[in-house]
Design a protein around this ligand. Sequence first.
Ligand code: NAD
Length: 265
Amino acid sequence: MHGLKGVVAVITGAGRGIGEQIARRYASDGAQLVLVDSNEELVISLADELHKLGADVVPLGLDITQPEAPASMMTESVKRFGRVDVLVNNAGVIRVRPFLDTTQEDWDYMQNVNAKGLFFCVQAGAKQMLNQTPISEGRPSGKIINMASIAGRAGRKFMCAYSASKAAVIMITQSGASELSPNVTVNSICPGPVDTDMWVQIDAEWTAIENTPRGSAWNQRVQGVPMARAQTPKDVAAMAYFLATKDSDFITGQSYHVDGGVMML
Ligand SMILES: NC(=O)c1ccc[n+]([C@@H]2O[C@H](COP(=O)([O-])OP(=O)(O)OC[C@H]3O[C@@H](n4cnc5c(N)ncnc54)[C@H](O)[C@@H]3O)[C@@H](O)[C@H]2O)c1
């Protein structure tokens, strides 16, 4: 309990789904939080709820693709809490598109949030972390956790632009880890299909393309999970917790599959 007491964490895409669950997990373990989402109402309402449970939380309505957004997240955290110990780059978007129908606008939409936006958040987070002393002696001065996907490990039908953007996240993670160690660790998480609104959208777009019943794309994915159940945001939050704690201080440049065994490398 309280493994993150005194830790300041900034989480992007914290308004719902996986990011929301990471926020809940970090708050229950004692972290102070800056919750970022382009949907401001979502983070305001989550922050209100977490305040009532005794957590110290700042909600920020920001679109991470805006050039000034990465630096403002850091400035707000420093203004309120004096530092940034953990940055979780979780904000991400998808469009399910057949390879031949993917437009330049589709490509830019996914790359701008998932790869370019994330890169500049990593950069802003690292600049802040390198400029502060570690939370305790001998520890890194900051930890960055990026949300990739198993789609970034293997190309997927109807998901070329998304898969390419998530492969970029894995490479940004490795490049950042190489250059920022030993002061800042950079790792990523590769979830499988997680039961969130994003998958409701994926299922709707996928089944429309294949002209199959709604729900069938999701059901098919869940049936292929060796651990024999749908993945939940809590499964992902557990890894995000580990990567934020002291127990993972020696780990950097890694991308962990949290997918019930879908991808075995
Ligand atoms: N759900 C899955 O199956 C799955 C699997 C693998 C990886 N992922 C990744 O996990 C992350 C979270 O996924 P989720 O399922 O919780 O998605 P979600 O769509 O349910 O939630 C994403 C949140 O990010 C916010 N967001 C989107 N673009 C933003 C931007 N430009 N700036 C700030 N906030 C923004 C949205 O408003 C939303 O609140 C994403 O990076 C996604 O690609 C999800």
